[in-house]
Design a protein around this ligand. Structure first.
Ligand SMILES: Cc1cc2nc3c(=O)[nH]c(=O)nc-3n(C[C@H](O)[C@H](O)[C@H](O)COP(=O)(O)O)c2cc1C
Length: 238
């Protein structure tokens, strides 16, 4: 049996690369879930694994708040109410560039079209789009719903750290056969989230996260978004 220079069996390494590759390639956002419950202990295990993500000075920023029962119902109802009222969205942090440059706008539109196309919602079908958007606030009815927050004093680098942890969490879910979807829309009305969950102003609302077993028959779960070609963003300067 041959070992490589870090003492790992080559067969094992190849299998690990194949496993990792399939996991990364197979993860897509899940927006419709089965009712089947997720074992409670998995959530803590998955978070522990995700927290092995690196972070600047090992600060490990961000909190994951699992919400359920009456608190979840109240939060979703209040957010839907805000959305329907047309209240202005006022996220704690800026996500997208304003205005959105055309090249990025094209990607955004392509992702939206992939989703709404799968749902059979025409471009001008505002009612279908509104209904789908409202599902964000109900965590897509997933069995597990989380709200992710960060200390408001943290800088942009800490958001990067939290993003790594979040991706680790999503992959830990995928490794267990679970689907997930990050929900930036959850950050649209941060005051409401803080009020319902009893959080103080020192906690910025980053996003929501839905986890559960994906409904394999749901068209919105069959969306596979495209990615830029690596040659488009990898450059070598010598
Ligand atoms: C931080 C973050 C926030 C997101 N917010 C939303 C959201 O509010 N609603 C939604 O349907 N999808 C949301 N998404 C999912 C993205 O639209 C999706 O990741 C992207 O289109 C790529 O598709 P994929 O995840 O299926 O590969 C979010 C993703 C991330 C990482």
């Amino acid at each position: 049996m041959r070992t490589n220079d870090i003492g790992c069996l080559e067969d094992e390494r190849d299998a690990a690369v194949r496993g990792w590759s399939a996991l990364a390639d197979g993860r897509t956002s899940t927006r419709r879930f089965m009712d089947s419950p997720v074992p409670d202990e998995w959530i803590a295990q998955m978070l522990q694994e995700a927290r092995r993500a690196p972070s600047g000075a090992n600060l490990q920023p961000g909190e994951f708040i699992r919400i359920d029962g009456a608190a979840r119902q109240k939060l979703s109802d209040r957010l839907v109410e805000m959305y329907r009222s047309g209240a202005p969205q006022n996220e704690d942090y800026s996500y997208f560039p304003i205005p959105m440059p055309m090249t990025l706008r094209r990607r955004q539109v392509a992702a939206a079209q992939a989703l709404y196309g799968a749902l059979g919602a025409a471009r001008d079908d505002q009612e279908a789009r509104r209904k789908q958007f409202e599902r964000n606030f109900r965590f897509f009815d997933a069995p597990v719903a989380l709200v992710i927050t960060i200390d408001a004093r943290m800088g942009s680098g800490c958001y990067m750290d939290l993003g790594m942890c979040l991706y680790g969490f999503m992959l830990a879910a995928a490794a267990r056969g679970l689907g997930s979807c990050a929900i930036g829309a959850l950050a649209s009305y941060p005051g409401v989230v803080r009020e319902v969950l009893g959080l103080d102003a020192g906690q910025s609302i980053v996003c929501g996260l839905s986890i559960g077993y994906a409904d394999p028959s749901a068209p919105e779960n069959m969306v596979r978004t495209v990615r830029r070609d690596v040659s488009d963003y990898l450059r070598v300067i010598r």
